[in-house]
Design a protein around this ligand. Sequence first.
Ligand SMILES: Cc1ncc(COP(=O)(O)O)c(C=O)c1O
Length: 384
Amino acid sequence: MTALRDRARQVMPGGNTRSTLFVSPHPPYAVKGVGCRVVDAQGHEVIDCNNNYTALLHGHAHPELVSVAQAAVAEGSAFGLPTESEVAFAELLRDRTGLPSWRFCNSGTEAVMMAVRGARAYTGRDLIVRFSGSYHGTYDAVVDVSAPGVPGDVKDSVLTLPQGDEPAFREAMRLHGSTVAAVLIDLMPNRAGLRPAAQPFVDLVRAETTKHGALLVIDEVITLRLGLGGLQRQYGVVPDMTTVGKIIGGGFPAGGVGGRREVLDAFSPLGQGTVSWGGTFSANPVTMRTGAAALRMFNQAALDALNARGDGLRTRLQERGVKVSGSGSLVRLLLADAEPAWWRLYERGVLVGTNGLMALSTAMDDADVDAVHDAVLDALEMSA
Ligand SMILES: Cc1ncc(COP(=O)(O)O)c(C=O)c1O
């Protein structure tokens, strides 16, 4: 591993290309994944509870998805023409979410970027309201406005509020509502602790955005795995736009924006003054076909079973005194000292996110989940 790490450091800053997955001194290199298991370059095998930061619903190399992807590649992996696969994929997402109109890109970051731009174009306003602690990718408008490299004037068009603070939100909308293009919310923000938003707060955000002619954008890049139509359906709230990514690609790069037809028409090439949305690999048939297959396999029965596994694991860990949050298949270990805990878990055969986030997959059985449970207790020094 050190040889590979040293090579990496010669050609990549810090030997790294994804800040999110860095652990010191360097993360192990994955060599192969099958089902819920990953083998690294040392031959060490782990149960994958990371699932590429929640993106993999069915673990690695699921035979059905491999054959769909192979067939798609064999027939041409990308064209300078649209394909039927993107139409079928938009129909599938429409049927699951109830949102009528869709566009595709290659990541959640791009989806959020285009939703923000679309909202600004549609409303003719600039201000974006979002909530502190929530991660929405790396676009300027949704990262810390004081982060290095973010232009100084971004702060003039973004207002960051504490999530769940009704008086602060009401006051902000009273003062600025008429200039707000969109309010961007994640209903269970991972980086803010993976705790579900309070229903009254979500209802308030919907009511206030409607009242002030601002759009509501719900970021379901992670939470789409919790319900067939995402968390928004469980809350009974209909956004003007929603952003998705991760699971929709079936293991390939993907992102999408769905929403009200008249709002998404901001991107229509048939209209006047439309927002340009390019993307050389957007809606490529490998992603569209494999993603659709992965989502179809994730039917109501599969979803319920996976969420029940996650709920069971969370409850058992809580009963043993482990601090955990989340819902359904998303379980976050609330670690005081995340990096050492990450390594202890890895050594005990469990791969989690560097902030303690776990996302279960349909490739796991009860014995796998039991092994994860025992490893967590052991790694956190509570006997199983
Ligand atoms: C809620 C949310 N939105 C957006 C993104 C950005 O997605 P991507 O990493 O595909 O760019 C993420 C990534 O973790 C996310 O969790």
